[in-house]
Design a protein around this ligand. Structure first.
Ligand code: G3P
Ligand code: CA
Length: 241
């Protein structure tokens, strides 16, 4: 089994995270998958950003949940990374899906529901409305740190692969594995490294696997995948192994 290389927030290491240029870069690099994060705006629109606030990655301030999509779309989401990317915008989930369709992307689309800090009402149903079709070119994988989101999505789309995200606590991941709700775990690489002698018998896709040492370790262990900010680096290493 070849270990999948999944671009974290697009190719976050070389492009402004979670923007259209980042997703295009991941596709151009040949990443086997793309990971991204979804939140809900004040007017109920699904938007692609990592943090609960726009403070770190845009020229604005405040929570996504307190802003309308029109307000969010005014923000610059590229300049924080480099002036080369001035005018990048925060995309909606629909815009990212449209891009993947347009690029005929056959890799994994790993959508993380960011419901661990804010319990966005009805976000799972809204995500389902966008992704319930069956003829997408990509392979959909849901993930979340919030077990309730995984559970709701599993009820809506039992056929879609789902993964438990966690940093340390494996309680929910173990419970969901037993109930066959999730197919794999997406743990932090730190957790994997500290459990190297007693890893569970589930498929793993650790994050964020960036150093050469960690990348090689995951390839040698034949993990199902890695989630990395640097797909090109990982692809080069995989080619040589
Ligand atoms: O999905 C893996 C990883 O993205 C989880 O952590 O904080 O980068 O969303 P974070
Ligand atoms: Ca994520």
């Amino acid at each position: 089994m070849i270990t999948q290389i999944i671009a974290h927030r697009g190719s976050k290491g070389v492009r402004p995270e979670n923007t259209i240029v980042a997703f295009n870069k991941a596709i151009d690099e040949g990443a086997d998958g793309i990971e991204t994060d979804v939140h809900l705006s004040k007017d109920g629109k699904l938007v692609i950003i990592h943090d609960e606030t726009v403070n770190r990655t845009t020229d604005g301030e405040g929570r996504i949940f307190d802003k309308t999509l029109a307000e969010i779309k005014k923000l610059d989401a590229g300049a924080y990374f480099s002036e080369k990317y001035v005018n990048e915008r925060i995309p909606t989930l629909q815009e990212v899906v449209d891009l993947l369709i347009q690029r005929k992307y056959h890799g994994i689309f790993n959508l993380e529901l960011k419901t661990d800090k804010i319990k966005y009402p009805g976000i799972e149903q809204k995500v389902y409305e966008v992704l319930k079709g069956e003829d997408f070119p990509f392979h959909l994988v849901y993930s979340s740190f919030n077990p309730k989101s995984i559970s709701v999505l599993h009820q809506l789309q039992p056929e879609v692969e789902a993964a438990s995200l966690f940093k340390i606590n494996t309680k929910a991941a173990r419970r969901f594995s037993r109930r066959r709700i999730i197919q794999e775990w997406h743990p932090s690489i730190a957790w994997v490294r500290s459990h190297r002698f007693f890893l569970p018998h589930v498929q793993l896709r650790p994050w964020t696997v960036n150093s050469e040492d960690d990348i090689k370790y995951c390839f040698k262990k034949n993990f199902k995948g890695i989630i990395t900010d640097y797909p090109t680096r990982a692809l080069k290493i995989r080619k040589k192994m």
